[in-house]
Write a protein that binds this ligand. Sequence first.
Ligand SMILES: NC(=O)c1ccc[n+]([C@@H]2O[C@H](COP(=O)([O-])OP(=O)(O)OC[C@H]3O[C@@H](n4cnc5c(N)ncnc54)[C@H](O)[C@@H]3O)[C@@H](O)[C@H]2O)c1
Length: 347
Amino acid sequence: MIRIGIIGTGGMAHAHARSFQRIKGVRLAAACDLDPNRVQDYGKEFGITDLYTDLDAMLKNADMDAVSIVTPDSSHAPISLQAIAAGKHVLCEKPLAVTYPDAKKMVQAAKRKKVINMVNFSYRNSSALMKAADMAAKGMFGEIKHVDAHYLQSWLSSRVWGDWKTSSGWLWRLSSEHGSKGVLGDVGVHILDFASFPVGPMKTIHCRLKTFPKVKGNRIGEYKLDANDSAIMTVEYANGALGTVSTTRYATGHANTVALSLHGTDGAVRINLDRSYTEMDVTRGKDRHTCTWKTITCGRTPDMYKRFVESIRTGVQDQPDFARGAEIQKALDACFVSDAEDRTVRL
Ligand SMILES: NC(=O)c1ccc[n+]([C@@H]2O[C@H](COP(=O)([O-])OP(=O)(O)OC[C@H]3O[C@@H](n4cnc5c(N)ncnc54)[C@H](O)[C@@H]3O)[C@@H](O)[C@H]2O)c1
């Protein structure tokens, strides 16, 4: 039996609990949240009785092999470091940290303690992405020259996910003081991983960030609304391909669109997760001369929670690990430098 403790019991922690509960041989052993009511409700919902509002107490007393960290972004690094020091395997939400130096500390700590470490780039759950990466690695699209990736949300211009003005779960995402790196840190990390996983490492990045005025004084209660809402990036990959990556919370008409297309000298692939996690369109060989696309069904791939548990069971570290999280963090830091200095940054 693998015993997991959940740290942070807000919105996303529900997906963690449901996913871990579906895995045979896994038990939700404990949960911790600074908010006593929230952790109590969560305990009731998922049948967890060992509940904490203090991380030290949880790490000292709870019977657990691993933790899943689902707190706001700025606490990922300190909580991970504490959990690793206590010898726990760690699945950490994205972004891994809020700076590359912090992310590197996490990588080093996990390595030293020899614990399994993973960052929840959850769109790796798409079997279409895994298949596209495999085909790209085998050269089945030829040399990749052009990459288009976008992650589109609209919760600032619609009520698709409720009213952001009245929910702390949305408001902290708009506030640097609350540890948010804006849309770039929130979902930009996903799309940077989604694009560069099949294409390979990024060599340079140029980024433009924008924070739009939203309410009078740009403040709601304790939340100063200063984090970026939109990010547009141009990327040169180490293999020479050029690409665009964009993300925004103002893509009216899109709830949560994650899409990627890779174009190579012998073929191309298109993935759009709104349509399917398991299907992709491919054109290859002669088909490319007529722009004929065929849909390929890609079966299933284990989700991040299963991969984490399997890594603990076998002792074999799966991907994406903290080192991958740190690589993406480096790109994120570069985006802020690029935007501030209006220049391309080498990674
Ligand atoms: N991988 C994904 O697809 C995905 C999706 C949504 C959110 N997330 C990530 O999950 C994390 C949480 O997001 P959310 O939407 O659940 O936020 P949320 O605001 O709904 O929940 C966060 C919870 O953490 C608690 N908390 C804050 N600081 C804490 C601390 N130091 N110790 C213990 N508890 C603490 C809060 O009280 C709150 O209950 C974020 O990092 C976010 O980026 C990832």
